[in-house]
Write a protein that binds this ligand. Structure first.
Ligand code: MN
Length: 292
């Protein structure tokens, strides 16, 4: 199944190029879904997969997908966990000495989420902001200390994620948490439909130029190891997202460019880039010490 969200906060199921709004369907029984973050709400109820599978999508009115105003499928996930160096070719391009095995994972602010066709806002005029195209994992059940062998049972689905990153000296959580720095979408494809995320082709274009191309088979920590590792650090909750890391080919994005991330079976996520609110790095709050 492919599950998405519309800009007005509705829940949709996508099938064969069209979408059915299932917001009005009684998916959760007495609980009901409120408009806003319905997928998150659904994942927090028991048996989300079974409830979705029971939706009578065949009998619902459909809208062609190109007429649907898609938003980020999860508006405000509980947390966004991310892997720093999880492809060897990216380790080499960044002259990194270590990988995810030594760095572990980091967190991005959940306020950085945007959806398809929204704009990444560059914070600084004179610091690089790079695109990082990544396979995103959506957690379906609470996971704490799970083994790699168990880990896939806790995965609800997958989606393309852009981990936008300023290249400066601040900690990762700062450089990657600016508002608009985590585009998600176009929808979540459930794990059963993907049939294993171990060898999906990932491609990312900036301004029409193909910059990144890999297979998820190149991941250092694969999906199962990454979920297991993260769950030994922090309890993972339904709707949490894990960005699994980026391959080589990261580079600066600039005002007016578009970024397209396409992952096999998961769809194509496109966002714009704007420098409208960008300021000189030296003008950021706290940059200068006032002497008197
Ligand atoms: Mn990244």
């Amino acid at each position: 199944m492919k599950i998405g969200r519309t800009r007005d906060g509705g829940l949709i199921m996508i099938e064969g190029g069209s979408a059915a709004d299932v917001s009005a369907v009684d998916i959760t029984g007495a609980l009901g879904l409120t408009r806003g973050d319905p997928l998150l709400q659904l994942l927090e109820t028991a048996d989300a997969m079974a409830r979705l599978a029971a939706v009578p999508i065949a009998g619902l009115p459909r809208v062609p997908l190109d007429r649907v105003d898609l938003a980020a499928p999860l508006r405000r996930p509980g947390k966004i966990v991310a892997a720093p160096v999880n492809y060897l070719d990216h380790k080499i391009e960044m002259s990194e000495q270590k990988t995810v095995r030594e760095y572990g994972v980091f967190l991005k602010a959940n306020s950085s989420v945007i959806g398809p066709h929204e704009s990444v806002r560059l914070p600084y005029l004179d610091k690089r902001t790079d695109q990082e195209g990544e396979l995103g994992i959506v957690i379906g059940r609470e996971a704490s200390g799970v083994t790699a062998a168990q880990a896939l049972d806790y995965v609800f689905g997958y989606l393309p994620v852009l981990d936008m990153s300023v290249r400066s000296t601040e900690d990762r959580s700062t450089r990657k948490s600016f508002d608009t720095f985590t585009p998600l979408g176009p929808w979540v494809t459930t794990a059963d439909e993907v049939g294993g995320a171990g060898a999906l082709e990932l491609r990312c274009w900036v301004g029409g130029e193909l910059r990144q191309r890999t297979s998820t088979s190149e991941l250092i920590f694969d999906v199962a190891e990454l979920v297991s590792y993260a769950s030994h650090v922090m309890t993972l909750h339904p709707g949490d997202i894990i960005a699994s890391g980026t391959p080589s080919g990261v580079g600066p994005v600039s005002d007016g460019q578009s970024i397209v991330l396409e992952i096999e079976k998961l769809g194509r996520l496109q966002v714009a880039v704007t420098a409208e609110d960008a300021i000189p790095y030296a003008d950021r709050p706290g940059a200068t010490v006032m002497d008197d």
